[in-house]
Design a protein around this ligand. Structure first.
Ligand code: XBP
Ligand code: MG
Length: 228
């Protein structure tokens, strides 16, 4: 069995659910419209922007790319903090409407880990509110699941993935060594973060990162159900 460690740490976006295209991207464009920012991100542009982890950081990187200096001033950044909050509210609404489901095999995998006496945790660079909305409206909608033993979100760290900080913090909070955990990620940034924390990793291919190469992964699968 590949998931042969006492604790399995899951990335969120792209790994537990395909949240980016139907969720975050749509919500970003909604927020831009509401705040009268003249930006509409296409799927192609968003695919490139996903190299930047963190929604706020992503907007700032885009502003820099297109020379929108007005967005980078102190006042501009404060406005984009509000736009980011609005994006997350719109994202939660989309989840509440039942638009996004966990990836195939996720619920079964958590139940199997529980039956085998293994713990699971969440290590993500998304905002805590986004994780809570996914947990409430998508993951536990149909089946009750054991709560994760640890949840690390974007607000918990100074440096987001590919920095290992989120994984190092998860190990610290769990009081375990890297060798006692295995991570499941969908992106190169996430894989690099987990490996830099010394954690073996499995990659599940996702819509936006499926084409990437993952030489540091222990295994690459197309669906979580392959890990059952
Ligand atoms: C993915 C991310 C996140 C989301 C947006 O995180 O980079 O930034 O796209 O979330 P992961 P926020 O794959 O580690 O779950 O807008 O809340 O930052
Ligand atoms: Mg991800």
């Amino acid at each position: 069995m590949v998931l042969d460690r006492a604790t399995v740490l899951f990335d969120v976006d792209g790994t537990i659910a395909e949240t980016e295209g139907d969720g975050h991207l749509h919500a970003f464009n909604q927020a831009f419209q509401e705040f009268e920012v003249p930006w509409t991100w296409s799927t192609e542009v968003y695919g490139e922007l996903l190299k930047i982890t963190g929604g706020f950081e992503r907007m700032m990187a885009y502003a820099q790319n297109i020379g929108a200096d007005w967005a980078l001033t102190e006042a501009g950044q404060a406005r984009f903090r509000s736009i980011h909050r609005c994006k997350n509210e719109r994202y939660a609404k989309r989840l509440e409407s039942g638009l996004i489901a966990p990836r195939a095999g996720f619920v079964d995998l958590i139940q199997k880990l529980q039956a085998q006496g293994q713990r699971w945790g969440v290590v993500t660079t998304t905002s805590a509110s986004n994780w809570q909305a996914l947990w409430r409206y998508a993951i536990t909608r149909s089946a009750p699941l054991p709560e994760p033993a640890v949840v690390i979100c974007g607000e918990d760290v100074i440096c987001k993935k590919p920095d290992p900080e989120a994984y190092v913090l998860a190990l610290h909070r769990l009081g375990i060594a890297a060798a006692d955990a295995i991570a499941i990620e969908d992106s190169r940034n996430g894989l690099i973060a987990a490996r830099a924390a010394g954690i073996e990793s499995v990659v599940v291919r996702s819509r936006f990162f499926g084409h990437q190469e993952f030489p540091e992964a222990r295994l690459v699968v197309n669906e979580l159900s392959e890990l059952l």
